[in-house]
Design a protein around this ligand. Sequence first.
Ligand code: BG6
Length: 467
Amino acid sequence: MLFPSLYNLHMDGLLADGLTIIASGRSQMERAAFQDQVRASLAEYLAQDRFDSTVADAFLARIEYCAIDAKAATGYDDLAALLGARMERPIGVYLSTPPSMFGPIARGLNDAGIACAECRIAMEKPIGHDLASSRQVNADVGSAFAEDRIFRIDHYLGKETVQNLLALRFANMLFEPLWNAQAIDHVQITVAETVGLEGRVSYYDGVGALRDMVQNHMLQLLAIIAMEPPASVSSTAVRDEKVKLLRSLRKLTEADVRTHSVKGQYAAGAVGGEAVAGYADELGDASNTETFVALKAYIDNWRWKGVPFYLRTGKRMPRRKSEVLIQFKPVPHNIFARVGAPKLDANLMVINLQPEENIRVRVMAKQPGLDREGVKLRDVNLDVSLSHSFAGERRRIAYERLLLDFIEGDQTLFVRRDEVEAQWEWIDAIRDAWAAVDMTPQSYTAGSWGPSSSIALIERDGASWDD
Ligand code: BG6
């Protein structure tokens, strides 16, 4: 993701001429050997129409290499020496390491004088594994870099479709007056993946879907869907509203965690017509890690009083899809009840984020006819296909946007410290409640929509998941 994204920015002339990229890793390596690795990755991962050998040569010429062993805290002086006079210019340090290394690396950079007031640092999620550890990471990194120099990445915020949620809500008059408990019955957010462990055993096992997906991506989606209108799209205005929302999430307790949450783990099955192994088989061991989670959440504020937000995410689902569904309430009085249409379907809006990008609004319409045997009403869809409307525009990798914002110093699409901590606070309460009632994951067949209790979680309230 990272080098192809930087390459794309380079190809589009968005990187300044003097910008150099210094890659670091534990291995001692010659610059040319590292450049060869990058070239091979570009050829493999870039879209075919983007890879151009001459452009790649010019891009690779920007790249240098310096070995750093972050655990042993060696190599920082070599990096400082390599930077040389460039230390006078702004530096962006991008960490794609385990979170336990964020603090030590920030310290190492600081000690070597690479944390100047003009330097920024970017970190990939996860920021810690619970509230306490995330506070520690934030404090450690914060001792070397000021908050306005720290860029916490949640790659969902780099997705065009996620940014479009802001446009949908705040660039249109149509929806916002109805965006509240008076008009909305419930909201569903689904992030379904078809992939399984993908060889990430050492990271994923013991982490699970709640911490891997809900703590960050899903809560960011929820915050954008449910927050109050910010006064502008400035980083402070947007993040102030998101954090307010995250802090309004009602904590799950031991008393309600069994009815408001479901944990699942996939067993052998088939996805896309191909047989796949179960999680424990892939892992080579029995495990209590959940690969699926469904939650019923409430937001305790004026706007959302009593409106359930159903969240679910899982691996080895039948299809890859991320969507937000807004279920509106029925009309207060059905004037067609006595003339042939006793039941009206309530309006519904489905916002597909990936892989398709479209928005569908279900409205009731009259079936054409003379109505001699009663009025016939039927639901029809107003479809807005964004892929169609913006056909021909290249969809950028989320990291392209995030890296460019990072280079330019715009924090709007990065997660602030108080947001991460509010996210963890809510997640920790769920994990504590799970531990208190000893909740273990229920098995679901790979290629299904999760354990049957996930269906029960929503159907108990008279609603159904949009599968
Ligand atoms: C990552 C998770 O943050 O997001 C992965 O660690 C997950 O487990 C991925 O597969 C999903 O991202 P996307 O962009 O494919 O929806």
